[in-house]
Design a protein around this ligand. Structure first.
Ligand code: TRP
Length: 334
């Protein structure tokens, strides 16, 4: 690899991705891949921690692969691979489990939340989720890990695990830095703008999926909740309007101040239409490209094969080092 720092990130193939995922993650990945040795993963093993329909999961893995590519991840530059294709992820998780404790894992916010939302399936994998995530990151000696704000605690734990291992067994892992992009505007629900936009919202009008066609996008924005005032300004007591301004500013890469000026004096109806059109203009070409890619399964399989081969070389080097440090005997080859 070139003399650049290493960046790692992953997304779970757990179904619909929203414009929140795009603005907070995928769009930045495209930009970052020029400045870093970038590795992007489809975190399929993580997804198994909540109940999945196998056929749907398989479909979602290809969907996410195609979406990464459609959003501009260049497989010649970056490594794009499926987590389960590189078995070192599961293997390193085993070793790291031996230096992690139930107390710290059961204290993780996401574990506590998911234990409530999936109370019929609080399995060991759910609790071990952050250790698998640490393995993802540490296997590649990653310097930088772009994550959403909700993953910050897991990233902190990854750093703790790296430091703990290094202290106990000698310098082995790069201690990664998190990167929560400034432009990762918090995109809120279109229906209840004090809540985060979520793909699992029962009200389909609350979120914009990357799969929504332009008519759907515009219709959802037209129905977005606003307020009874008529000023288009960013303000805490105007969560609906502020959210629309945030989305428009993020999607057009303008400042909130400029966007406020742009819309000054406009009625809410026209404003919502303009935001809807701007979003549709950005995501429609991505949707089309993704669908084109999905129709070419052989190409996707080739990209993933190549990605796994490249990822594997790095990952096994780290795993061999870890096995040696903890005292395992290297297998003789050839
Ligand atoms: N847990 C992350 C999420 O849900 C996805 C993920 C898995 C990840 N492994 C990772 C993110 C490693 C960054 C680095 O968003």
């Amino acid at each position: 690899m070139e003399d650049k720092k290493t960046l790692f990130s992953a997304i779970q193939p757990s179904g619909i991705l929203t414009i929140g995922n795009y603005l907070g993650a995928l769009r930045n990945f495209k930009k970052l891949q020029d400045d870093y040795n970038s590795i992007f993963s489809v975190a399929d093993l993580h997804t198994l921690t909540v109940r999945q329909d196998p056929a749907t999961l398989r479909k979602n893995i290809y969907e996410l692969t195609a979406l990464y590519l459609a959003c501009g991840i260049n497989p010649e530059k970056s490594i794009l691979f499926i987590q389960s294709h590189v078995s070192a992820h599961a293997e390193l998780t085993w070793v790291l489990n031996t230096i992690c404790y139930p107390g710290e894992l059961s204290r993780m916010t996401q574990f506590k939340e998911k234990s409530k939302t999936h109370e019929d399936n609080v399995n060991m994998g759910l609790m071990d989720y952050p250790v698998l995530m640490a393995s993802d990151i540490l296997l590649y000696q990653s310097d930088l890990v772009p994550v959403g704000a909700d993953q910050k605690q897991h990233l902190e734990l990854s750093r703790d695990i790296a430091i703990r291992f290094n202290n106990r067994f000698g310098e082995t892992f790069t201690v990664p830095d998190g990167y929560i992009p400034k432009t990762a505007a918090r995109v809120m629900s279109l229906q209840e703008p004090t809540k985060k936009m979520s793909k699992s919202d029962a009200n389909l009008n609350a979120f914009i999926s990357m799969d929504d066609d332009p008519d759907t996008v515009i219709r959802k924005f037209k129905r977005a909740v606003t307020d009874s005032d008529n000023r288009i300004i960013f303000s805490e007591d105007k969560p609906g309007i502020s959210n629309l301004l945030t989305i428009y500013a993020a999607i057009t890469e303008k400042s909130i101040a400029d966007v406020e000026k742009e819309f000054a004096g406009l009625g809410y109806g026209d404003f919502k239409l303009r935001v809807g059109e701007a979003v549709a203009n950005v995501i429609e070409p991505i949707r089309q490209e993704k669908n084109k890619l999905l129709a070419n399964r052989d190409y996707l399989d080739d990209v993933l094969k190549n990605g796994a081969e490249r990822a594997e070389r790095v990952a096994y080097r780290t795993l061999a080092k870890v096995y040696k440090k903890v005292g395992l005997v290297a297998r003789k080859r050839g």
